[in-house]
Design a protein around this ligand. Sequence first.
Ligand code: BES
Ligand code: ZN
Ligand code: ZN
Length: 478
Amino acid sequence: MNFSILQKQPKKDQLFILDNEKSISQIDILQPNEASYAKKALKNNQSLVTINQYNRVLFLYLISEKDTESQTLEGIRKTGANVQAITNKHKIDTLAIVSLSSKLNAAYTLAEGIALANYQFLKYKSDADKSSNTLQHISFTKESVTVKEVEQLSVITAATYHTRTLVNEPLAYLTAEQLAKEITTIGKEAGLKVTVLNKARIVKEKMGGILAVNRGSILPPTFTIIEHKPKKVLNKKPIVLVGKGVVYDTGGLSLKPTLASMDRMKSDMSGSAVVTGTMFAIAKMQLPLHVIALVPATDNRPGEDAYVPGDVITMYSGSTVEVLNTDAEGRLLLADALHWAKRYEPELVMDFATLTGAAAMAVGNCGIVCMGTADEEVKGKLRESGDRQYERLVEYPLWEEYAEMLKSDIADMKNVGGRYGGAISAGKFLQHFTDYPWMHFDIAGVSFNTTASGYHTSGGTAYGVRMAVDFLMHYAKN
Ligand code: BES
Ligand code: ZN
Ligand code: ZN
């Protein structure tokens, strides 16, 4: 998707953003009968009206103010998705946005909804041309957006597309090694430094969590380090992102039943895709922050040498873990990465992971379950970013009682808690491997859609990227 600012008045397909029906009179390319039809429709609570003129389509969109600013903005994005669907019907390839609204970010937000809804993953379609969306370009009148907003749109769109594509790629293509290669390519595009540790190095480091999960696989694991360190940085100590990179989760010997939807488990590397997209965006935006991302990756499957329930493994940190369920593999990978992060003496660590079905059970696809030891100010800022981007956060408590559930008779810890509070006992497990301000984001409920909904296309959603980028953008401002 391309974005640009127009120097002249647009001529072809256009979308007008309005605060009230009265401003219809400012649109001089409407015939009187079209204007009165539009007025009537908008008065009748229809928020989006299309007018078919002989050589172009005009859209009139009346913003409806909701209870909160967050909901209003989300309403605008969702309208963007409706507009996108209509652009295909009329085979529109360039749409000009003309904002007559006093809402400053209205055009930005609408274009964001259109652009995110226009994403497609056609790599494996033989008739890709036929099923391809028609919209290629969104332009704006000068008054509708700032140059900065247009740049940001293009970065956020590209970051989201990269993230979704990583999630949508099946294991047949996206092995741990391929994931590392893809991150390297995406990193190059944005000017990031990417280092990939191979299996030999992971063995040498004794990353016991990653290696245990990898034992059932015929494919080697990887540990990828992405670094953004511009000349001018505002933070003395780095911010570290960690992303779960389980390129496929069968559950291992604790095999997932079909009911638990193993069919979507190619998406178990969504955390790694989110941190990759986030790193891409902040590098493209040249944020004056030192940020490092860590991606431990492997597939998890039963194999001749697979780790078994009951095994005791020694983690990278030196702690021992009694593995009672090989399907609780994400925390084993993440724990090694969280331990690695200690070497940077980080200011803040944020991990993203499709960690537990319990998180998905709790909030469905309506938000991210988060928890952590970062201070209240950071948590407040994260919540604000989540609301602004409608990638909302629900905080769960890390009460010490949850650590009790992880006590093992024979090792330092078990890798599973009880039947209840599963999202938290998973978080509690991770906390054991941290000694810095830390936040954990469980994106199991939001990372993957079986059917499209609004501007979230089917497959990977990239949920979390806009929240994280928004947070880091504001972090760089303060
Ligand atoms: N990758 C899954 C979590 C998941 C479930 C993600 C559904 C997306 C949708 C994770 O590795 C897992 O299997 N967790 C187990 C943990 C349990 C064995 C303690 C779970 O949630 O059932
Ligand atoms: Zn699992
Ligand atoms: Zn998993």
